[in-house]
Design a protein around this ligand. Structure first.
Ligand SMILES: *Cc1c(COP(=O)(O)O)cnc(C)c1O
Length: 370
């Protein structure tokens, strides 16, 4: 059998368990939008959508291209677009029954005009501090009042987004209270059936008292908690692996990789691995104390990550040889490298690490039989 060189094992049963952990954390009547944007955070949108479709009430994606892929596995459940739609994409969005976010009366009117007889489903985003899209909070009541009066619009709900739900609890609590006051007033006066949703993973973990009628978990479905208090209830679904492709004994004074940033200060055993930054392994971890796992042991990264290969120190592992498995992210033996840890080494966040795993990395699914 041909061996894979760089691959991600995705445990679909773990994703289902993580969804169950979300379900158990929120009231039974609260809906769940499973956020599967960016190829389900690098895990593979089609297989993740299939695995969770029976446990979610809706799906969330970034754009219409992603929505078309997910809709094939959604069993008719609504597919929400979380990113702003281009004017040229609107007709397809309406025809496909995707639910786009609205940032202004003009945008809603454009959907109404295009819908011609069919009801265009929309939801309105309120800017309560994210500054990315939506109607500014002070104008929300008036704008939404007008939007609900447009013909050919089906107003499904009111949303907002939390910019600091894992960084600033005081702001987040105040923001949530403010949003629910505005959204509740709108629902009571003009939109009794509106779904009210604001909470991402960090929001629903940290602030269950502000849950609204639907939550939008992403990261936590993949087993990575943005807040430490929920970590023990989640199982990371993805293990990223590569292989040793060469082992060499080198003497002191050799330089390793581009920039010659690392010089051996003694004789060392060095393994070259079959993955680099073109696989998504961040080049920024060079010189930051990063390590990989081989034979269950930590092996420090040496010198700069190159496009296709990475060198690590295996001086302490006399039995390492070509084709041995290496864990770049995940667990091996009793050691674990989390997406947070790899993100810290790279000066970035877990979301960026997972979505940065490139197409060269084969996704292999475990945990559910085909
Ligand atoms: C990505 C996204 C989410 C999910 O966020 P996580 O932090 O991954 O849970 C929820 N809502 C919106 C609008 C998003 O863009």
């Amino acid at each position: 059998m041909e061996l894979l060189r760089s691959w991600a094992e995705v445990n679909l049963a773990a994703v289902q368990q993580n969804l169950a952990a979300v379900r158990n954390h929120i009231p039974a009547t609260t809906r769940i939008m499973g956020v599967v944007k960016a190829n389900a955070y690098g895990h593979g949108a089609a297989r993740i959508a299939e695995a969770i479709v029976d446990g979610v009430d809706a799906f969330g994606v970034a754009n219409a291209t992603e929505a078309h892929e997910v809709a094939r596995h959604a069993k008719g459940k609504p597919v929400y677009l979380l990113g702003i739609v281009l004017p040229s994409e609107r007709a397809d969005v309406i025809a496909s029954d995707f639910i786009p976010p609205i940032s202004s009366l003009e945008e809603a009117a454009a959907y109404s005009a295009l819908a011609s007889g069919k009801k265009a489903k929309i939801f309105v985003s309120i800017d309560t501090g994210m500054g990315r899209m939506g109607v500014w909070q002070d104008d929300a009541k008036e704008e939404i009042n007008k939007i609900t009066q447009l013909p050919d619009i089906e107003f499904t709900g009111i949303s907002s987004h939390l910019p600091v739900a894992d960084e600033d609890d005081a702001f987040t609590r105040e923001q949530l209270a403010r949003f629910h006051a505005i959204a509740g007033e709108i629902r009571d006066s003009v939109a009794p059936h509106a779904l009210i949703h604001i909470e991402n993973s960090a929001g629903l973990i940290g602030f269950p008292e502000y849950i609204g009628s639907m939550v939008r978990p992403g990261l936590m479905l993949y087993g990575v908690s943005p807040r430490p208090e929920f970590e023990s209830r989640l199982t990371p679904a993805l293990t990223w692996k590569t292989r040793v492709i060469l082992v060499r004994e080198v003497e002191a004074g050799r330089t390793i990789s581009y920039g010659r940033a690392f010089t051996t200060d003694r004789s060392m055993r060095i393994a070259t691995l079959a993955a680099g930054y073109a696989d998504g392994y961040p080049r920024q971890v060079s010189g930051k104390g990063a390590y990989v796992l081989i034979h269950g042991q930590r092996c420090p990264v040496l010198g700069r990550i190159t496009m296709d290969q990475t060198m690590v120190d295996v001086t302490h592992l006399p039995k390492v040889s070509s084709s041995d498995e290496v864990v770049l992210l995940g667990s091996q033996g009793s050691e674990t490298i989390s997406a947070h840890t790899l993100g810290q080494w790279a000066g970035t966040i877990a979301w960026h690490i997972l979505t940065g795993i490139t197409g060269r990395v084969t996704r292999v699914y475990t945990g559910i039989s085909d």
